[in-house]
Design a protein around this ligand. Structure first.
Ligand SMILES: C[S@@+](CC[C@H](N)C(=O)[O-])C[C@H]1O[C@@H](n2cnc3c(N)ncnc32)[C@H](O)[C@@H]1O
Length: 421
């Protein structure tokens, strides 16, 4: 286990100095080819979990360790081991024993401290945790500016949003109607001993996450992994067979593939990032679907557009990703309050540039995985004020927009549908 603790300590430390979690984790796993799938899964869980609960673990360690050891890895190792003690089913004696041995390798005099802290957490963990996590920003694992923003933007439900953003995200599947139905696939999962439930039209939520190679017929394209909230976009874009559709920010292709599973379309999948666009290609291949792939900047249609207007445009813009922090917990520690204005400007530029590509009578679905109003309803209100030829088409009886907040079934997503007059 100490290899797992050591790698998790190194990865989380790098992420906290500004590196991307997904890339740092996959680099580390590649550099350690002898790790078993179980060990890889455990490292992944430790890194994601520790970053999700970083504020709490940091507060607890600071409370218990008045003079931090000179080797900074020891404080990080303590957080990793406390996360293991509180949130995993690993045997407590092994967690403590391996953390002490790893400390001895790094800095012999530190092992007494590590042993004492972890044993105390074993004995009095709940009490210590409650004492350390009294401030809301610590309790909900958020930077202070972020917490204050949610308190201001959502005075009545900020706690529910913050609580759900700290939870373990669900693993949801999108069932491909070319191969099976949600009910039949549920049975296949059950035959393999996996508990699951249908939570939306084509969406199945698994009771426990599993590696995709355990999913029946995954390689043959029967299902894809996609959050149930993200799956709303295919319905909301309101497409019909034969339409000419642009997915203007397409990679890695979840929404492109969903649209093509549902309808026969002439679809262009555009993305500025050639490496990410490769993933769209891989997803299309697995699902045996076809789209025209283009590397290009949605902000500069002249460089990639043939001038033929699109009937439908999906604009899933780059955003703060504040609705999906439980899946990407490094975002909480990398974002700064001032970044929001940068995203808003980028989104507004793309929206302005792409609007002329939409046919008269056509529809554009604007989407983000954000729960910050500036990137969502405020952005759309400002666009509508400048564009008399744009009308908002309500997405439900009581709201012109659709805002999903992080919850047991969905991540945070925002949708607005514009019609061109
Ligand atoms: C939220 S992700 C899209 C997710 C995708 N729609 C899906 O469902 O799988 C945003 C994407 O926009 C791309 N992007 C960012 N700026 C862009 C631009 N100016 N033009 C085109 N694509 C852009 C990013 O590379 C990223 O792949």
């Amino acid at each position: 286990m100490h290899q797992i603790q050591r790698l998790a300590t190194e990865i989380v430390s790098k992420v906290l100095t500004g590196r991307n979690l997904t890339e740092t984790l996959s680099d580390a796993l590649r550099q350690n080819p002898t790790l078993t799938p179980q060990q890889k899964g455990a490292i992944r869980d430790l890194c994601y979990g520790t970053l999700r609960h970083y504020n709490q673990l940091d507060a607890l360690v600071k409370r218990m360790v008045l003079h931090a050891p000179s080797d900074a890895r020891i404080s990080m190792l303590l957080m990793i081991a406390i996360y293991q003690l509180r949130f995993t089913s690993a045997a407590p004696y092994a967690i403590v024993d391996h953390a002490v041995k790893l400390t001895a390798k790094w800095f012999e005099p530190g092992k007494g401290l590590v042993n004492a802290v972890l044993r105390r957490v074993q004995r009095e963990g709940n009490k210590l945790w409650a004492e350390a996590c009294q401030k809301p920003a610590i309790r909900y694992g958020l930077p202070q500016w972020w917490l204050e923003k949610w308190q201001k933007d959502y005075p009545s439900n900020w706690e529910a949003i913050a609580e759900a953003s700290l939870s373990h995200p669900p693993m949801s599947l999108r069932v491909n109607p070319h191969h099976t139905t949600p009910t039949d696939y549920l049975q296949l999962l059950s035959n393999e001993g996996m508990d699951a439930a249908i939570i939306a039209e084509n969406a199945i939520k698994l009771a426990q996450p599993v590696p995709v190679d355990r999913l029946p017929h995954f390689q043959e394209g029967w299902v894809s992994v996609q959050d149930a909230g993200a799956q709303a976009s295919a319905r909301l874009l309101d497409v019909a067979d034969g339409m000419k559709v642009l997915d203007a920010c397409a990679a890695p292709g979840g929404k492109t593939c969903h649209l093509l599973e549902q309808h026969s379309l002439t679809l262009t999948a555009l993305d500025i990032d050639a490496t990410r666009l490769k993933r769209v290609e891989e997803n299309l291949q697995r699902l045996q679907l076809t789209a025209a792939l283009k590397v290009g900047n949605a902000n500069q249609p002249k460089t990639w557009w043939d001038g033929q207007a699109f009937d439908r445009i999906l604009l899933d813009v780059p955003c703060s990703a504040s609705g999906v922090i439980r899946r990407n917990p490094d975002i909480k520690w990398h974002r700064l309050a001032k970044d929001i204005a940068t995203f808003v400007k980028e989104q507004s530029d793309i929206l302005e540039a792409i609007w002329p590509c939409l046919a008269a009578g056509g529809k554009l679905l604007y989407a983000t995985c954000s729960v910050f109003p500036e990137e969502n309803q405020d952005q759309i209100s400002q666009f509508l004020a400048k564009h008399p030829d744009a009308k908002l088409e309500p997405l439900s009886d009581n709201s012109p927009y659709l805002q999903y907040f992080p919850s047991a079934d969905t991540d945070g997503f925002f949708f607005a549908r514009l019609v061109k007059q």
